[in-house]
Design a protein around this ligand. Structure first.
Ligand code: ZN
Length: 315
């Protein structure tokens, strides 16, 4: 047995497999990314805490002699074990290495891949069906998000994809949907564009807002940020059924049918659904960068092809 192997055994350190599992779970709980391990890094302590490591296990140093160079390299054993586990996960393509992730995010981080994501879900007993709504990042989805954010906004944008495939089950289509969702809600800082509400789940895994298509998926609307809006569930529904649309200057235009709703409809305590849409002639909460604003061609489609149709007989 190697000197290192004997040390690991003598100190009853966790097995590499156990550390790999702990890493996957920790990655998942840190939004899919953790910084490259450096000494004094919080994450190193956090995982040590998960294993209840004692002071010696955390601090013991392994000395390796490099005969050729005639020098001794000292590394904390725990630190080395963590690195080895991460390295093994990278070899199995369950995480991307900091040297690869940096090309995507400009940060030296370990990041979950889709396969690693699935492993983490299994370890945490989270049904795979929830993946679509989770905010945890994966390398493949972040690649799509980056592309969506960096594509140059065309002046003459056609929000309709005539070749759009409706089968949602292909891997690419599923990734694309998640990329769209993440890019849109990130662009709006996780707020509803209409009411500004921002809310996540107590475990921080889910955001309340959804990424709405302006030209809907069913009408072959494209998955671009310019055809998206971040909306809370109430306003997503209201937009999709035609209670409101948008003017070219991003003002909310509410249906005049709201004036004829029976008394008590849309009332929740002090909050009134109609009043919020009609009184509040203020503009949408929009992304910081103008290139990410909804495209006027998407907005016009919603107003002219959809809203008018849903509001026939409007007085
Ligand atoms: Zn809202």
């Amino acid at each position: 047995m190697s000197y290192e192997g004997k040390m690991l055994e003598d100190l009853a350190m966790p097995t590499r497999k156990d550390v790999e599992h702990a890493l996957l779970k920790t990655l998942f709980n840190h939004n899919g990314v953790i910084k490259e391990f450096a000494t004094g890094e919080e994450i190193v302590t956090e995982i040590a805490n998960d294993f209840n490591l004692d002071e010696k296990q955390r601090t013991v140093v392994l000395e390796r002699i490099y005969r050729k160079e005639n020098r001794i390299v000292k590394t904390a054993l725990w630190h080395r074990l963590l690195y080895r586990a991460a390295d093994s996960l990278a070899k199995d393509k369950l995480v991307s290495r900091p040297t690869t992730t940096i090309l995507l995010t400009k940060k030296k981080e370990w990041m979950l891949t889709e396969n690693g994501y699935d492993e983490a879900l299994k370890l945490l007993n989270i049904p795979k069906a929830q993946k679509e709504f989770l905010s945890t990042k994966s390398f493949e989805v972040q690649k799509i998000v980056k592309k969506l954010k960096e594509t140059v906004r065309p002046d003459n944008y056609d929000p309709i994809d005539k070749n759009k495939k409706f089968i949602k089950t292909t891997r690419d289509a599923v990734l694309r949907t998640r990329g769209f969702r993440q890019a849109v809600i990130e662009a709006y800082d996780y707020k509803c564009a209409v009411c500004g509400m921002k809310l996540n789940s107590p475990n921080s895994s889910f955001w309340e807002v959804e990424a709405a298509h302006i030209v809907p998926h069913s009408s072959m609307g494209k998955d671009d940020i310019w055809n998206g809006l971040s909306l809370c569930r109430l306003h997503h529904w209201a937009f999709d059924v035609g209670w409101f649309t948008l003017l070219d200057d991003y003002t909310v235009k509410a249906s005049s049918k709201l004036n004829h709703l029976p008394k008590g409809y849309g009332q929740m305590g002090e909050y009134n659904f109609s009043r919020q849409l009609t009184d509040n002639s203020s503009k949408l909460f929009l992304p910081k960068r103008k290139e990410m604003f909804p495209h006027v061609n998407s907005i016009r489609w919603h107003r002219e092809k959809f809203f008018i149709e849903q509001n026939r007989g409007e007085r």
